[in-house]
Design a protein around this ligand. Sequence first.
Ligand SMILES: Nc1ncnc2c1ncn2[C@@H]1O[C@H](COP(=O)(O)OP(=O)(O)O)[C@@H](O)[C@H]1O
Ligand SMILES: [Mg+2]
Length: 243
Amino acid sequence: MPLLKTADVTKRFGGLVAVNGMSLEVNSGQVVALIGPNGAGKSTLINLLSGLYSPDEGEIHFNGDAIENRTPAQIALLGVGRTFQIPRVFHRLTVIDNVLVPVAHRAVISGDVRGRARELLELVDLGDKAGQYARELSGGQQKLLELARALMAEPSLVLMDEPFAGVHPQLRETLIHAIREVNRNQGTTFLIVSHEMPVVAAMCNWVYAMHLGSNFLEGTPTEVLEDERLVDIYLGEDEGVAS
Ligand SMILES: Nc1ncnc2c1ncn2[C@@H]1O[C@H](COP(=O)(O)OP(=O)(O)O)[C@@H](O)[C@H]1O
Ligand SMILES: [Mg+2]
């Protein structure tokens, strides 16, 4: 049974069909890429998977549970974490308190829990920034912080929307390293929206290419990245058809 499965998922905004009968499967332990030109529906799909939106049609199963009508909090509790295309950290909290947000409802935050938060900050190379305010971090560092925060809840699946976009190459390496470590050591599954083809080729087991809200192509990174049809959909974007 796949860890995550969507069947014919559709999401409309008024007359615009952002996601149009999208089907995908993600197996446990994989690092899967979701690529496709701007406007293809990638972020909308991530928002559907994490419960920010409910689909107009179709089904989403996580670990065997139907989740298409659950709230983001319920889906997070089932073991789905996420990061955002534009990082959403709490600017007025310290870096370590941001990591502790997923456990903030607990009456007491034990030393062990704080220790785990510190380990996660070390993993993303922000150990020496623990006491600073999150607003003092660069955009790239905020993306790293979001990953640490998502991992604090011990998710089995992490959804990442364009984690590498606009991130300094050195921080990008840190991010890649952290994802690999967590995938290898904890078996955590990742679904990553990215346009960085070399990164996709280097770290992903499987690639889905979305176009006009649907699954246009899928396969191993080599198969998909060498497929001429992929060039066509990205060139279509340059003609200014998509907004
Ligand atoms: N909240 C929204 N309201 C209306 N239209 C939206 C909304 N979110 C996305 N869209 C539209 O849906 C389409 C897919 O957007 P999006 O999922 O952000 O694509 P991608 O992440 O692949 O660039 C685009 O045409 C976009 O303008
Ligand atoms: Mg997007």
